[in-house]
Write a protein that binds this ligand. Sequence first.
Ligand code: CTP
Ligand code: MG
Length: 175
Amino acid sequence: MLPAYIPSPVAAVFGGGKPIDGGKTLGDGRRILGDGKTYRGLLSGIFFGMVVGLLQMYYLSMNSMLFSVELPSFAGNGVNATVVIFALAFGSLFGDMFMSFFKRRLGLKRGAPLPVVDQLDFVFGAWLLTYIIAPGWFTANFTASIIIVLLVLTPVLHLSTNIIGYFIGVKNEPW
Ligand code: CTP
Ligand code: MG
């Protein structure tokens, strides 16, 4: 999950500048995505998410265990590991953008909380894209029990990371 977890905090740190929607509004008078979704956030997030995934691959090439846990591989089931890492990183920010689109349609301003969605949109985005690109790899690695653990663990991780982000001044809201 690391290549999917890294992009959001990286986007919060390095984001800003030109918004992806170019400042445009839709027929409902609201922004397409809003100022919280920028090119810099998207590109830096994908970049660092992929760097971390590639470092994991490098580690795995020398060592198959970490703290006596056997590590899974991004490769296998006939897919290229780099493609899987990209799908996890891009999918996470795509899920986040998709839900911002949805939040704007609901009339929620940038940064307004939408519980559960805010904590899990990037996980579903990452899983969906990875499933589309590499279904065999996805089902082999994300078993039902792993999915359940991640659905419980991720909101806790997300909230604690955002509280830190709020206090160090890179997030406007602690959620
Ligand atoms: N960010 C960015 N580009 C992205 C995603 C995030 O620049 N593609 C940055 C923005 O500075 C954003 C911050 O990361 O404010 C936190 O992201 P998020 O909580 O997803 O955005 P919000 O500002 O809460 O906006 P929204 O209501 O659309 O979720
Ligand atoms: Mg938010």
